[in-house]
Design a protein around this ligand. Structure first.
Ligand SMILES: C[S@@+](CC[C@H](N)C(=O)[O-])C[C@H]1O[C@@H](n2cnc3c(N)ncnc32)[C@H](O)[C@@H]1O
Length: 295
């Protein structure tokens, strides 16, 4: 089955699952940490692109803040759900929904958006066109770009677990560590031909980045990276019981988010990141642009 089709089948089948993920404590903290990255740049009237916006986790909230949001996604079912939520929240008139791919933003002019976000790894899922996806995101950004991808070093344990279960060697994991590509191995491909619904369950092919690989790609398109963050590292390292205790206490939680904001961007932890969501994020600004929220 073609890679692009695999992705559509997978994400169409995952609308409900994506929404339920927010009940996962680690994912909830991840979402709150990503908001800390976006918040300084939000202003009413801003033209925003959310590329790979899913069911609207961030795009609907940005429209609620008064931004004009183009919400693009590869999955018709994700778009349908996002539109439904936008209508329910009374912000549909500030949003436009576009079926499309992050690696082909030819429908939009150069620098068409003040703020572009692409979060929780659409760029990684654009594999094998992940670099094209980054170039396209940069091209349509006038001001600030916030993009998060799968963190290769943080994802390695997951690859090892999959391989230890299905195979008896680590050849795929070693290749994943070296090149960052998680493709469906030949035996999965043969199974997919026979079992059409299997691709709903298998994690789709992706490219996982090393921190400097992502930074260099974005900077080669005329951007200056302001922050590199392995989002969710501190929350991954404390015990689930401790994290639950922290999240239940609003004062402690606020302090924890601030600590994470600093810790997760620390050079020594950049190759880890969340286990349950994209673990590598950059905030980048077009060189020479001056905007609200600049640090
Ligand atoms: C994990 S969800 C993240 C959704 C949203 N950005 C968020 O953070 O809540 C990944 C989304 O990327 C979309 N996606 C995957 N590959 C894509 C591509 N090549 N172009 C556009 N969207 C894509 C999927 O349909 C899905 O909605």
């Amino acid at each position: 089955m073609e890679r692009e089709h695999l992705h559509r089948v997978f994400w169409d089948a995952h609308v409900g699952k994506e929404q339920r993920r927010e009940k996962n404590l680690f994912k909830r903290v991840h979402t709150d940490l990503v908001w800390l990255e976006i918040a300084p740049f939000v202003e009413p009237g801003l033209r925003v692109l959310d590329a790979g916006g899913g069911y609207g986790r961030y795009s609907v909230a940005l429209a609620r803040e008064g931004c004009q949001v183009v919400h693009l996604d590869l999955s018709p079912r994700m778009l349908e759900e996002a539109r439904k939520i936008a209508r329910r929240e009374g912000v549909e008139q500030r949003m436009t929904f576009v079926l499309g791919k992050v690696q082909d933003l030819s429908a939009f002019a150069d620098q068409a958006f003040d703020l572009v976000i692409s979060l929780d790894a659409p760029v990684s899922y654009a594999y094998p066109s992940e670099k094209q996806a980054l170039r396209e995101l940069c091209r349509v950004t006038r001001g600030t770009l916030i993009v998060s991808v799968v963190n290769r070093l943080g994802q390695l344990p997951v690859a090892l677990e999959v391989e230890a279960r299905w195979r008896k060697d680590f050849a795929l994991s070693r290749k994943f560590l070296e090149e960052g590509n998680w493709d469906h191995p030949p035996f999965f491909q043969a199974m997919e031909e026979k079992i059409p619904l299997l691709s709903r369950l298998l994690f789709p092919p992706l490219h996982a980045f090393l921190p400097m690989e992502l930074v260099n790609e974005v900077e080669s398109s005329g951007f200056r990276v302001q922050r590199v963050v392995a989002t969710g590292t501190l929350s991954r390292l404390v015990s689930p019981r401790t994290l639950r205790r922290i999240v239940r206490n609003p004062k402690l939680y606020e302090e924890f988010l601030k600590l994470s904001h600093w810790y997760d961007a620390h050079f020594e932890v950049l190759g880890v990141g969340s286990r349950v969501a994209s673990g590598l994020l950059v905030v980048a600004r077009r060189e020479g642009e001056h905007h609200a929220g600049v640090v």
